[in-house]
Design a protein around this ligand. Structure first.
Ligand code: DGT
Ligand code: CA
Ligand code: CA
Ligand code: ZN
Length: 572
């Protein structure tokens, strides 16, 4: 099991939240919050370092006790106190904090005052105006809570793809350790690389299905067995994620993999296509009468139906069957096609690494270039830069570039789009840069027409290069602002701007629909990590997943271009 610093930080943050819900004293809460923030920004992986030199207690604010918990996380993915607290707290409190806008303090206050059993109770109380009178609340907050509940109800709990990935790999390699297991693969929405997964669907081939099931149910992360059969079982892991495991025969593995990869709509359409050819398609294979014609591999299944192989990311019934039949499937982009990254933050603002450390990390990754884009002054919580600091950073970039010849740092900035459509820094300094990433970090609640106008006015500035995280959403946490994305894509085309596909696993912002629209319109997409640490740079992988779901090819992506071409494209 590989535990990243971010995994550790997430569990420590979770502990801080649960302690706050329980009403623990602020110093205990803060100790966990501080440790989480610190570990999130460490330049090396704690799990990689050797037991004896973990030297955790050498880190500021991490005593013996916390170090012990961190070691426990590294060893088994969680720690006892967290699990106990999780089990001890009333379930409704754990639900309340999933509502956008409700932190642990407010959730606790509502629970104390309204004797809530469910989220529905809170909704009813808000509907009756019972919240506005509570101390620290008010009519505006009551309205916000109602909106938050609406969002919560519309977004049933799903797991971020990136969070499911560790679990999927861990479980697959765990099952592969069984000697008689020939094949294991995670199917379902996970294999289609959806932004979030409802559950994991794992398939295994083994002549001893019972042994596979027993081993699976004994995995240390299994909390609850929902069903247990000889070839099919479902469990809930301690993380809350459900996992379905099926054991199938080798001669049906491809057909089963296809069936359980979905999407259901794609499966149904393909089955119809088979019927039109007097064939039968199911999870065991492709049949004519009783005779199995295909099923061992997925490629064979498609081939038998007269189609080229359709990559899982395209199996959503959005035109893939027509494209396949016409021989027009896209040649989907892969990670190795990216030559660099165009969005990252240094320790000058809210990143963990210095300019030079980032440059070396990018060089190690084999990049040709790395765009440095720290925040501008308007983002005060991230220590955004004013003109003077930016000019100092530009000099520092020149120095790093002079010293390291195998990587080129590009001069950029993530500059705020103000509500009047102006950029947050004067043109006189933006002119000195190679490019800009222009983003919205304020006034999310403007009406759609005004928000769209704000962005288009900003794009009018010839120094506007890439529109950063275009919708502003955080998956499962915060909806994006209201904006007419069709007009933005067209506006970008007319002005020679680009759209970012922010690869942070909770953003994945551009959605697949607008990736496709950008491609069809001829607007290049920048797949960017928005890294704040060394590990953050690796997020490009998630961006590639999303880009593939959006049918993007290497030629549709800005940062597949060599440096010389890139510089030309930056000049509008
Ligand atoms: P999820 O888990 O909600 O993120 O989405 P999926 O796509 O992983 O859905 P899931 O786990 O319910 O089922 C996995 C796949 O199995 C699904 O993509 C297609 C296939 N499947 C499941 N139930 C049916 C069904 O009733 N009919 C057909 N044709 N396929 C099904
Ligand atoms: Ca699933
Ligand atoms: Ca499932
Ligand atoms: Zn941003």
């Amino acid at each position: 099991m590989f535990i990243s610093n971010q995994d550790i930080a997430a569990l420590l943050s979770r502990m801080a939240v649960l302690l706050e819900l329980e009403g623990a004293n602020v110093f205990r809460v803060r100790a966990y919050q501080n440790a989480a923030a610190l570990i999130d920004k460490l330049p090396h992986n704690l799990a990689d370092s050797k037991q004896e030199d973990k030297a955790l207690t050498g880190l500021p604010g991490i005593g013996k006790d916390l170090a012990g918990k961190i070691n426990e996380i590294i060893q088994r993915g969680s720690f006892r106190q967290l699990e106990e607290l999780e089990a001890r707290l009333p379930k409704v409190l754990l639900e309340l904090i999933k509502i956008p806008g409700l932190g642990p303090k407010r959730a606790r206050a509502l629970w104390d005052n309204l004797s809530l059993q469910t989220v529905a109770d809170l909704k009813a109380a808000a509907g009756k105006g019972k919240i506005r009178g509570l101390s620290g609340f008010g009519p505006k907050l009551e309205e916000q809570i109602l909106q938050g509940i609406a969002f919560y109800e519309a977004n049933p709990l799903r797991t971020l793809w990136a969070d499911a990935e560790n679990t999927a790999h861990e479980l697959c390699s765990y099952l592969k350790q069984i000697k008689t297991v020939a094949q294991v693969e995670a199917a379902g929405s996970f294999r289609r690389k959806k932004e979030t997964v409802g559950d994991l669907d794992i398939l295994a081939v083994c002549p001893q299905p019972e042994l596979v099931m027993q081993t699976f149910l004994r995995h240390p992360h299994v909390e609850k067995v929902i069903s247990h059969g000889s070839t099919r079982s479902s469990v809930i892991l301690r993380s809350g994620l459900q996992v379905d495991l099926r054991v199938v025969l080798g001669k049906s593995f491809g057909a089963a993999l296809h069936y359980f990869t979905g999407s259901q709509a794609h499966n149904i359409a393909l089955r119809k296509l088979a019927q039109q050819q007097n064939l039968k398609l199911n999870e065991y294979g492709v049949f004519r009468g009783e005779r199995q014609l295909a099923g061992k591999t997925e490629a064979e299944v498609y081939q038998q139906l007269g189609l080229p192989y359709i990559p899982p990311e395209l199996r959503e019934m959005t035109g893939e069957l027509e494209a396949a039949a016409a021989g027009k499937l896209p040649d989907l982009i892969t990670l190795n096609k990216l030559r660099g990254d165009l969005h990252c933050h240094t320790s000058e603002t809210d990143g963990a690494l210095s300019l030079e450390e980032l440059a070396l990390a990018a060089q190690d990754l084999g990049y040709e270039y790395l765009g440095i884009t720290d925040h501008s002054q308007h983002v005060t919580i991230a220590a955004g830069m004013d003109e003077k600091r930016l000019r100092r950073q530009l000099k520092a970039i020149d120095q790093v570039n002079a010293k390291h010849k195998d990587i080129v740092l590009l001069k950029g900035i993530e500059v705020d789009i103000m509500d009047n459509g102006k950029l947050d820094l004067p043109d006189s300094v933006l002119k000195e840069l190679d490019f800009t990433v222009c983003s919205i970090h304020s006034k999310f609640n403007l009406p759609e027409a005004r928000q769209t106008e704000r962005i288009l006015r900003a794009m009018d500035n010839p120094l506007f290069t890439v529109f950063g995280h275009p919708s502003g959403r955080l998956i499962g946490t915060r909806p994006g602002y209201a904006v007419n994305m069709e007009k933005i894509v067209l506006g970008a085309k007319e002005r020679g701007c680009f759209l970012e596909l922010n690869a942070h696993p909770q953003r994945l912002d551009l959605t697949e629909v607008y990736c496709r629209l950008a491609k069809e319109t001829g607007v290049l997409v920048a797949i960017s990590s928005d890294a704040h640490s060394r590990q953050g740079l690796d997020a490009l992988r998630y961006g590639i997943n999303q880009a593939r779901r959006g049918w993007l090819e290497a030629r549709d992506v800005l940062n597949t271009r060599p440096l010389g071409e890139l510089r030309k494209l930056f000049k509008r």
